[in-house]
Ligand binder design. Structure first.
Ligand SMILES: [Zn+2]
Length: 522
């Protein structure tokens, strides 16, 4: 079976089949069903599922099980998959797909480009997976054992606070992914049997596209290759489109009040002794306004160690009302601080001397100095006028990777909450009309689309059946086998392609499992 594409929870894909999950006999409760319910109960008792969620899922499971055995699901054109997930088919979107697929030449060129893009991303992905497998295999004990909840990183389930935007973005990303497959199939004359969504209870967990199996089977390999490449590539194209939109939205954000803050305070330093805390906004020093890190450095350069400066500081913006206070800091010696870090290492000490740090240089004792609008500014770089065209291009290209760790570092937030609290609506007509809440909402939505769409596109390119990447390797193997062995019969070529994809799938699976499993045993 050739199969279409399912995207579940943004990551997993399955081959489409008409009757997945319809395994039980009419009216009787099979062993699998009992195990499923027992499993849900166990997860709830162990606290992995909250009590209302566990109860709800059990109720949901029993309900769809009942509807399945009584034949209602089939009548409603739905199928139960993986036990608790319901596939809801729809005819909506087919006419629109017919219409959008009409410029066939355009879609064929897009499909051809998608193949190259996808294989390029796949190479990077294999490189990354191999590197991580090797580094774990070399030093398994050095690797941290990730808790299982972090491997199953699911917004809203694992330590995630705001769930609305990630869920909405996930729906957009998976629908676009499936629509990409469907459009490409249509543009190559294959019919779409149905589109649809996958739900677990009321929670949408994915979408799918069902091709016409017979037409898929007889389609040329190259057309199928384009069809499989279209889903991930539409996601990747959308990611970059959104990176630019995110830059535009970020330009509508500015600092509520100019100033700089430190992410860290050096213990025992002047700033520490004076009681300065991280994320407190320094807006003035000795009456001079400070807006950037350079302003701060400029003032410190005019001082010597032992000098007393007075800073105007406002309190952490997310801990109650913002209060202003004056903080007197006695500056300490920069050179002796760095020498102390060197701990007698003469190479280190000569590096400090080489950096031009002299005795008597003033040291405040703060690290990670950022200006109040920094959280928004980093996203605006792709359209920033301060950068050259080349720099903007590079910034745009690496943005999805650069920000991929953001929600993981910030417990599911798109920004550090303090940094977010420093931001206000910009002075333009549109920003002041929309207001800060709308702009930040828009920012969050776009951020999540960028994040999920990129992850979805790249993860589906893993060369492992049943992911899109696995199907692509199989089809490409077929094409290559035909070129290398032009006189072989089609059945033999089919078998070679299956072997190539089977072995490469096994190999990739092993590579993926090494970093997950190895640290647990050594
Ligand atoms: Zn797909």
């Amino acid at each position: 079976m050739v199969g279409g594409c399912f995207s579940v929870l943004g990551i997993v894909t399955f081959e489409a089949g008409r009757h997945i999950g319809r395994t039980m006999e009419e009216g009787s409760l099979g062993l699998n069903q009992i195990l499923m319910i027992a499993g849900l109960v166990l997860l709830t008792v162990n606290g992995l599922l909250s009590l209302p969620l566990g109860a709800f899922l059990i109720l949901w499971y029993i309900s769809i099980l009942f509807l399945d055995t009584t034949g209602y699901l089939e009548r409603w054109n739905c199928t139960r998959v993986l036990g608790i997930i319901l596939m809801i088919r729809t005819n909506k979107g087919k006419d629109a797909a017919d219409f959008i697929a009409r410029p066939r030449r355009f879609w064929r060129i897009f499909g051809e480009g998608s193949i190259w893009l996808c294989f390029a991303v796949m190479l990077f992905l294999i490189f990354g997976i191999t590197a991580s497998a090797i580094s774990t295999a070399v030093e398994p004990a050095q690797q941290e054992v990730l808790p299982a909840t972090d491997i199953l990183f699911i917004p809203g389930v694992t330590s995630f606070v705001p769930i609305f935007w990630p869920i909405l973005a996930l729906i957009v990303a998976v629908v676009v992914h499936e629509y990409g497959h469907g459009l490409m199939a249509r543009a190559h004359g294959m019919r779409i049997r149905s589109f649809g969504i996958l739900v677990a209870g009321i929670i949408p967990v994915g979408a799918f596209y069902e091709p016409d199996q017979e037409e898929m089977r007889i389609a040329p390999q190259r057309d199928r290759l384009r069809m499989f490449a279209a889903g991930p590539s539409v996601n990747i194209v959308m990611t970059y489109f959104v990176v630019i939109l995110l830059a535009v939205v970020s330009s509508g954000l500015t600092a509520k009040q100019d100033g700089v803050y430190a992410v860290g305070i050096v213990e025992g330093s002047g700033a520490d002794e004076a009681g300065l805390l991280p994320y407190e906004l320094i807006s003035e020093i000795d009456g001079v306004a400070i807006a950037t890190g350079d302003d701060l450095t400029g003032i410190l350069n005019q001082h010597d160690s032992g000098d007393l400066i007075t800073m105007l500081v406002s309190s952490n913006p997310i801990h109650g009302d913002v209060v202003f206070r004056e903080v007197d800091v006695t500056l300490t010696d920069k050179k002796s601080y760095y020498y102390q870090l060197c701990d007698g290492d003469s190479q280190c000490e000569s590096n400090v001397d080489g950096a031009g740090i002299e005795e008597g240089d003033a040291f405040l004792g703060v690290s990670g100095i950022r200006s109040a609008d920094s959280a928004a500014r980093v996203y605006g770089l792709p359209i920033s006028e301060d950068l050259s065209f080349g720099e903007r291009f590079v910034q745009t290209a690496i943005s999805p990777l650069l920000f991929s760790g953001v929600p993981i570092q910030n417990q599911g937030q798109t920004m550090v909450l303090e940094e977010r609290a420093f931001l206000g609506a910009g002075t333009g007509i549109l920003p002041s009309l929309l207001g800060i809440d709308v702009i930040l909402g828009l920012f969050d939505f776009l951020f999540w689309i960028m994040w999920i769409s990129f992850l979805l596109g790249v993860a589906n390119l893993i060369p492992l059946i049943p992911f899109d990447g696995g199907h692509m390797v199989r089809n490409a193997g077929h094409i290559i086998a035909k070129i290398v062995l032009p006189k072989s019969n089609p059945l033999k070529i089919e078998r070679i392609a299956d072997q190539i994809s089977g072995y490469s799938s096994l190999f990739v699976l092993a590579l993926v499992l090494i970093p997950i499993l190895l640290p647990r045993f050594f």
